[in-house]
Each structure stands twice: as structure tokens, then as C-alpha cells.
Ligand binder design. Structure first.
Ligand code: ADP
Ligand code: MG
Ligand code: MG
Length: 891
């Protein structure tokens, strides 16, 4: 027979901490605490499998369950000396949900179950406190009606407020037994009136109602959404904990509270928490009364005048403190505790690993290593790589308490303050005058890049986490909030409308790209701290990881910041950005629009020294570290003027008439530029472009080596290769130039020529391409686009729907699609290395900074990952964690 029910209490338990999958986190830890001999009110856990059973069998419960529950109930009755539904010492129960991982959005707990018009009298009699009994009954009716019967709690709160007003009372605690009794009568009438059925008086019926409600809450919309956001499988289900009640609302020697074994925002090693006297569970979080501090130190620090638990109930406090230490030692991690004190006696109601800020997480991990509690590997595993984002950027000072005037998606972390501008041009103009700006747009497009670059932050009212603004801002490490749907940009009147405010150009706002909030004015921020605990964790991570971490950097600024974040080379330098700067665009346009090879060569000659000096600077900054340079990749028309005014201007400069110019531009138009004349296809049509770029690279290598004394080994990367012959053709040009530069300069040069793998064909023919390519770098942005046949720029419209409808479980542009794109990468790596065993393999798509994708890269043996500068520390930590997981055999 299936065992559906596990009991705990009285120094023993049928399950334990390792039974999380079966009993849920709450149940497993209640069992563990009971086995440790801690004071846990006895109870039982109905296993999570019963939840799956419930859904597979038309919302019914397995037959053998009832018997097992009643049997366990009898044991609880024996332990507590009370009787469920008893008319003398009634046993009351709490019914609590609890999935494998802690999940807000699930069912609210029902407390005081088992009360009815008779047992309430018995409870009051037994406790010698009728007020307490009626207080418990009214709580129960309200919770049960809300959670099980679906009648909103506000109805009840309205009645309570009305009664308090009538009685002239301010606090619930001032209400007498008789007054509660008449409130209870009104509650019951309300339920009959609203639902057409009475409040159930039979405790057994109440119990099964609550159990079914827990199971049903697994599918409520809040829970479903939460699971989607956190990749929690629906199949897990939730367990149900049924536990005997202890009472924090039994007078002034009773209390209820929550505590952390260390401070969850700073990590400081010191008990930290809050409690309320004469209260039950929800009161602490409900914010009806202001909770008091647990420790005297905490009370003083927060300037509260109400006494601490330490002062008020020294014995219970001492016991709580001892238990906190014991639990932390037992679990080797900071714990989040829930407790209740009933007439001076302490009861433990929950323990779990406490949530913490990134800063606290770092400090706790480092301190625990120093305390000898955990080893280095474990410390590395304890820090969530993506949480480092919080640490690497300025953050809004939480003490500022600034009112929020709008909010959107936290697209790129960090806080930024500046004047509002509505266009890229204004942003550039403002920057030239030394003013700091926030670029506010409905959406951004590639034409806004120059403005985005100089802005402190970016705010868009449309677009998602992978919109143009979001992707570019993350790449640049600029704070960004996208899709701020509660705000509106009125371009005609040039105003930004937010919650109760109309803001003009030049008005100052602060955006928080970590929370998605938008605030009016300059809100104080806190600067990141990269030494100390952060430095130690990163040092440990560097010592265990196998893959190196490079950066995607196109500019000296990027390269500098990447090095300060610990990048070990450049994995992707996109040369096209270099052509947008200043008046280079003119020479570039002349080159593209030239009608003859000589004409083109003349403009390339102008571009050569500019490229050479860019590369020299990059090589110098990187000081002998590997630098991968990608040859010109985007379709040429991206560089061309768009509106008539610009066309006329360019035509005049080139001595061409505007009409001919327009014709030339139109001739370059493509229906599907992403799959058009770009990448190595350009190099094959116009080899003189490659020759110029190769020359610039080699001459720069010679110059930089002279300057730094560190030899430079440039890695030249050919984009969008699908055929081996494409690579052969381009490589031939590069090799010729290399020989020429070596002769001219009289220096030996080492360099590598390799290719991006960003087309499925290239992945499939990797063994062949590897005969010519000395390295592969997975361009997973394009590889994802070409494998799925989805354009990233157009994907937002339907990928969100896909995710919502469960067609896909995550955005493949954020985390590598392991089954499809990942399979191609694995296969290409194997085939490539078969031809060339020492072949260097890396990744340079956005995925190179995503921890899950990094783990995958470790498992297929890549040599490096490359990501935007601000993600370098995240990648270093994620690569270390991946190595540890592989070492532990977990992946
Ligand atoms: P959540 O998962 O939302 O924290 P819990 O099941 O932990 O919900 O219950 C919330 C609160 O209800 C607890 O913190 C505690 O104060 C109170 N509570 C739960 N079970 C009991 C119990 N057996 N006796 C007294 N209070 C309880
Ligand atoms: Mg809880
Ligand atoms: Mg590409």
C-alpha cells in the first residue's frame, strides 16, 4: 500500500531533510527539526505525490489516504493530550502547503482549524481565556472562507473595521471576548449571505476542505506564473502539512515571529528578526502592527522604542538563539526561522535556507569558509552568478525611499540618473555639453546606438527583456528599463507621462534597471564594491575553473572595463562599430558606393590608418592576451544614409548627383538582410575590404608588440561561413597580406585564422571546415536564429506567447536551446576536433554570459566563453561552478 502520510513530533519523525522531493521543503525540515529533538508541534505531512494523484483523478483523493490521516491524527492526539473536534481539550490544526522549493503564490496557511460553535467554548474554557478562543475562531473563519471557500478577506476586514469604529477601539488586541463573539456571528451571516451555504461546523469536513484547497492552489494563476518564471515543473506538486496548533495569541506572554541566523541584507553574523506579542502568524507580515526587534542590538540599530524579545522574554530568547545556532551548524547555511511562543514556551514552526542579498550571500559564503563550516568549492557554489549583477553596478540606496512613478522590466541592471532626452541626437548633444541624460524612447532601433552609448540609462515604454534596447544596454553595461507600460511617451508634445506626473525634456529621473522602477529626481545611489569578499570569491573561482573567460569588446573603453572585471582576452571584436564613429562613416559610405575598384580602394586607403590605430590601441590594452577580430559582418546598406537630406549631403560630398546616389542605395536594398549579402559573402564580393582589414590588424600587431614588448597573436575570425571554400578564399587573402606585412616590417608574425560557427551547415561540415579553420567560435545569436528560422528582432511578438502557452519553456536567445542549437554545437565540436584535435573552441554570442549556457559549454569542452564586459565576473563564477558540478558528477 502506498504510504501517503509521514508523521513528525515528540523527538522523532518518519522523514527528514533529505526527503524534500517527497515531503516538500517545509515538511522535510519540520521532520528534521523534530528528529533533532527541537520543540516542534507534532504533525503529519501528506506527500506531494498525492497532489499529482489528485490531478490525475479528477480532483479526488486516494482512498487509502483518509485512513492514514486519521491514524496520524490519533497519534497527534496522543502526543498532545487533546482531541480533534473534542468538547473538552480540543485539538486545533494548521494546514500548510509546501512544495519542493519555497514558492510564494501558493495557498495561504489555514490556522486554528477544528473550531466551531462548540469547540470554541471548550478552547476558551481550557485556556481560561475566552477572548483568546474567540479571537482564534474569528481568524479561522476569515482564513477558511478566504482560502477554502473563496470569499475575499476584505469583506471580513470591512466588518472588523466597522465594529472597531462603533466600539471606538484602535487595536484588535483591545477587543473583548463578547465583542469578538458578535463579530463571529456577523462573519457567519456574511458567509451564508454571500455564498448561500453555511460555514462548515464539522471539523473533519473542514480538514478535507483545507487539504483539497492546498492541492487546488498548486494550479492557481499566481502559482502557475511563478513556476513558469522559475522553471519549476508542474509535475512536482505540493505536499500538505497538518500540524497541531500552538498559540502566539494567548496573552502577553505569547508571541510569534520570524528570524534569520545572520543578517540577510548585510550578511553580518548575528541573529536578526522581528516578532509581535499576542499575535498569530500572518500578523507579522500583514503589517497591521509594527513588529518589534528580536535582539536588543537590532532594536537600538533601528531606533525602536518597544522592547526586544531579548529583554521581554529572556528565556525564550536564549532558547531561540541556541536553536538558531544549532540549526545553522546542522544545515551549514544561514537559516530563516519561524517560531511561536505560547505562554513563555518556544515552538519552532519552520526552518529553511534564508534568502539573502548578493552582498550578504558573498559575505556569508566567505565567513563560513573562515569559520571552517564549508570548503572553497561549496562557497563558490553558494553564490548565484546572476546575483553578481547587483554588485557590479551602482544601486539605488534603499534608505532613499523614493516614490516610484512608473515601472517596467529590469532589462539591464544598475541605477542611473539623468535628464530626460527623447532622441539619440539630443543625447549626443547633451553629452558634448557634459550633461548626463536618460534616453527615453517608445522603443530603440540600431539608429539610436550612438545616443544609447552616451546615455547614463535607457527607458523604453515598449519591448521585452530581449528587445533591441535591452540587448544593447546589457551589452554596453548601461542600466535599462524596458516595457514600462505604466508610462507613456508622448512624442508630439515631447513629454513622459508617469504615475501622477508629466515630465518634460531636461527633467531629472532615476531608473533602476535591477528592479524596473522609475523614480522622479536624482535618487541617491550606492557604488559597487569589488574588493573584499567579492575579490576573495572571484579568486577562488578563478582557481577552480577550466575555461577561460574573454570579453566581447569593440572599443578601448570596453576593453579597459573588461580587464578590470578580469577578462583574459577578447573573444569578439566587431569591426563594424569602428566605422560608425565620427567622420569615418563618410569614408565608409564612399567605399560602399564607389563605382569602381579603384574608387573603392581609395576610400579603403583612408580607412586603413583608422582601423590600424584602433587595433593598435586594443592590442596594447590587452597586453599580449588573445584578441579575436571579426571581419566586417553586417550588410553594407546599414552604413548608408536613409533620409533625403542625408542622401543629398553624401552625394554632394562625393560629387555624385542625388538621384544616382538614391539608385545605388536602392540597389543595395535587401528583402531579408539577416540572410543576405553579409559576412564572408561581402569578403568574397569585395576582397579589397578583407585585405584592408587584415593589413590593419597585422600592422597593428607589429606596432603593439613593439610598444608593449608582449607578442600579439591576433585571431582573425571569418563570419557566416557555411562552405569550406568560402573560408579558403578569404584565408588565402589574409595569408597573402600577412606575408607582405612580415616582409615589409621584417618581423615574424603568428596569427590564427578561424571561423564563426553560426550556420547549421557550418556545424554539420565542421570536420571539413576545420581543415582550414584554426579555431571555431560559436556565434550563438545567429546560430539560434538560423537553427530556429526565427529572427531575433521580430521574435518578441510571439516568443512571449510561446512561453505563456508553454510551447517553449525559455527564451532561446537568453539561454542556449540545448536540444537543438546545443546539439549542433556539440556535434561541430566533435567533428572539428576530429580533424584538428588541438582546435581552440569558444563561444561569443550573448549566451557566453548566461550561467546555464556556460555550464553547457563546460560539458562540451569549450576552451573559453566570451561575453560583454559587465558579465565577465558572472561568467568567471559560472565557469567555476560548471567545473565543480562536472567534478562532482552532477552534470
Ligand atoms: P508560509 O509558507 O506562507 O510561510 P506557513 O505554513 O509557514 O506559511 O504558515 C505561516 C505562519 O502561520 C507561520 O509562520 C506561523 O506563524 C503560523 N503557523 C503555521 N503553523 C502553525 C502552527 N502549527 N501553530 C501556530 N502557528 C502556525
Ligand atoms: Mg512559513
Ligand atoms: Mg553573426
Amino acid at each position: 500500500m502506498t504510504k501517503w502520510v509521514y508523521t513528525f513530533g515528540n523527538g522523532k519523525a518518519e522523514g527528514g531533510a533529505s526527503d524534500r522531493d517527497l515531503l516538500g521543503g517545509k515538511g522535510a525540515n519540520l521532520a528534521e527539526m523534530a528528529s533533532l529533538g527541537l520543540p516542534v508541534p507534532p504533525g503529519m505531512t501528506i506527500v506531494a505525490d498525492a497532489c499529482s494523484w489528485f490531478y490525475q483523478n479528477g480532483h479526488t483523493l486516494p482512498e487509502s489516504l483518509a485512513g492514514q490521516v486519521l491514524e496520524a491524527l490519533a497519534a497527534i492526539e496522543a502526543d498532545t493530550g487533546r482531541k480533534f473536534a473534542g468538547s473538552e481539550r480540543p485539538l486545533l490544526l494548521s494546514v500548510r502547503s509546501g512544495a519542493r522549493v519555497s514558492m510564494p503564490g501558493m495557498m495561504d496557511t489555514v490556522l486554528n482549524l477544528g473550531l466551531n460553535d462548540e469547540t470554541v467554548q471548550a478552547l476558551g474554557h481550557d485556556a481560561g481565556d475566552a477572548r483568546f478562543a474567540w479571537d482564534s475562531y474569528r481568524r479561522f473563519i476569515q482564513m477558511y472562507a478566504d482560502v477554502v471557500m473563496g470569499l475575499d478577506h476584505e469583506f471580513f476586514e470591512d466588518i472588523l473595521e466597522e465594529e472597531k469604529g462603533r466600539l471606538g477601539l484602535e487595536h484588535d488586541t483591545d477587543i473583548t471576548a463578547v465583542e469578538w463573539q458578535s463579530i463571529v456571528t456577523r462573519y457567519k451571516t456574511l458567509i451564508e449571505d454571500e455564498l448561500g451555504e453555511p460555514f462548515p461546523q464539522d471539523p473533519v469536513e473542514q480538514l478535507w476542505g483545507a487539504v483539497a484547497a492546498v492541492f487546488k492552489s498548486w494550479m492557481n494563476p499566481r502559482a502557475v506564473t511563478y513556476r513558469h518564471l522559475h522553471d519549476i515543473p508542474e509535475a512536482w506538486g505540493t505536499a500538505v502539512n497538518i500540524q497541531s496548533m500552538v498559540f502566539g495569541n494567548l496573552g502577553n506572554a505569547s508571541a510569534t515571529g520570524v528570524a534569520f541566523t545572520r543578517n540577510p541584507s548585510t550578511g553580518e553574523k548575528m541573529l536578526y528578526g522581528e516578532f509581535l506579542v499576542n499575535a498569530q502568524g500572518e500578523d507579522v507580515v500583514a503589517g497591521i502592527r509594527t513588529p518589534q526587534s528580536i535582539t536588543e542590538a537590532g532594536r537600538i540599530a533601528s531606533g525602536m522604542d518597544k522592547p526586544s524579545l531579548e529583554k521581554l522574554m529572556p528565556e525564550a530568547f536564549a532558547e531561540l538563539n541556541a536553536i538558531a545556532t544549532r540549526l545553522e551548524e546542522h544545515y551549514c547555511d544561514m537559516q530563516d526561522l519561524e517560531f511561536t511562543i505560547e505562554r513563555g514556551k518556544l515552538w519552532m514552526l519552520q526552518t529553511r535556507s534564508g534568502k539573502r542579498t548578493a552582498k550578504a550571500g558573498m559575505k556569508i559564503a566567505v565567513d563560513m569558509v573562515d569559520e571552517g563550516v564549508i570548503d572553497l568549492d561549496e562557497a563558490i557554489m553558494r553564490v548565484e552568478p546572476s546575483s553578481l549583477d547587483q554588485l557590479l553596478h551602482p544601486t539605488v540606496d534603499p534608505r532613499a525611499n523614493a516614490p516610484v512613478i512608473g515601472s517596467g522590466l529590469p532589462a539591464s541592471p544598475g541605477a542611473a540618473t539623468g535628464e530626460i532626452v527623447f532622441s539619440a541626437e539630443e543625447a549626443v548633444a547633451a553629452q558634448n555639453e557634459g550633461r548626463k541624460v536618460i534616453l527615453v524612447r517608445v522603443e530603440t532601433s540600431p539608429e539610436d546606438i550612438h545616443g544609447m552609448h552616451v546615455a547614463e540609462g535607457i527607458l523604453t515604454t515598449r519591448g521585452g527583456m530581449t528587445s533591441h534596447a535591452a540587448v544593447v544596454a546589457r551589452g554596453m553595461g548601461i542600466p535599462c528599463v524596458t516595457g514600462a507600460g505604466t508610462m507613456r511617451v508622448d512624442m508630439r508634445n515631447e513629454v513622459l507621462l508617469g504615475l501622477g506626473v508629466v515630465l518634460k525634456r531636461g527633467d531629472v529621473i532615476t531608473i533602476d534597471g535591477s528592479s524596473g522602477h522609475v523614480m522622479k529626481g536624482a535618487v541617491p545611489t550606492l557604488q559597487p564594491e569589488l574588493s573584499g569578499d567579492f575579490g576573495r570569491i572571484m579568486g577562488w573561482a578563478d582557481s577552480v575553473r577550466r575555461m577561460t573567460v574573454r570579453t566581447n569588446a569593440d572599443t578601448p573603453t570596453d576593453a579597459h572595463s573588461a580587464r578590470s572585471f578580469g577578462a583574459e582576452g577578447i573573444g569578439l571584436c566587431r569591426t563594424e562599430h569602428m566605422f560608425f564613429e565620427g567622420d569615418r562613416i563618410h569614408a565608409m559610405r564612399e567605399m560602399i558606393l564607389a563605382e569602381t575598384v579603384e574608387g573603392r580602394q581609395a576610400s579603403l586607403d583612408k580607412l586603413l590608418p583608422m582601423q590600424r590605430s584602433d587595433f593598435t590601441e586594443l592590442f596594447t590594452i590587452m597586453h599580449g592576451m588573445p584578441v579575436t577580430i571579426r571581419l566586417l559582418d553586417p550588410p553594407l546598406h546599414e552604413f548608408l544614409p536613409k533620409n533625403d537630406e542625408e542622401v543629398a549631403e553624401v552625394a554632394a560630398a562625393m560629387g555624385m548627383d542625388a538621384i544616382t546616389m538614391r539608385e545605388r542605395i536602392d540597389a543595395l536594398h535587401e528583402f531579408n538582410p539577416m540572410l543576405g549579402h553579409r559576412g564572408c559573402r561581402l569578403a568574397i564580393s569585395h576582397p579589397e575590404i578583407v585585405e584592408m582589414q587584415a593589413r590593419a590588424i597585422f600592422e597593428a600587431a607589429v606596432a603593439a608588440a613593439k610598444e608593449t614588448g608582449a607578442p600579439v597573436v591576433p585571431e582573425i575570425m571569418v563570419p557566416l561561413v557555411g562552405l569550406r571554400a568560402e573560408l579558403d578564399y578569404v584565408k588565402e587573402r589574409i595569408d597573402t597580406i600577412a606575408r607582405a606585412v612580415m616582409t615589409e616590417s621584417g618581423t615574424e608574425l603568428s596569427y590564427l585564422v578561424g571561423t564563426m560557427i553560426e550556420l547549421p551547415r557550418a556545424a554539420l561540415r565542421a570536420h571539413e571546415i576545420a581543415e582550414a579553420a584554426e579555431f571555431f567560435s560559436y556565434g550563438t545569436n545567429d546560430l539560434t536564429q538560423t537553427t530556429f528560422g526565427i529572427s531575433r528582432d521580430d521574435a518578441a511578438a510571439f516568443l512571449n506567447t510561446y512561453q505563456r502557452k508553454g510551447v517553449i519553456d525559455h527564451d532561446p536567445f537568453i539561454s542556449i536551446d540545448l536540444d537543438g542549437v546545443g546539439e549542433l554545437m556539440k556535434l561541430a565540436s566533435e567533428r572539428g576536433r576530429k580533424t584538428r584535435p588541438d582546435m581552440k573552441l569558444g563561444i561569443c554570442g550573448e549566451h557566453g554570459g548566461d550561467p546555464v549556457s556556460i555550464h553547457f559549454c563546460e560539458t562540451i569542452g569549450l576552451d573559453y566563453v566570451s561575453c560583454s564586459p559587465f558579465r565577465v565576473p558572472i561568467a568567471r563564477l559560472a565557469a567555476a561552478q560548471a567545473a565543480i558540478r562536472v567534478k562532482r558528477g552532477e552534470g
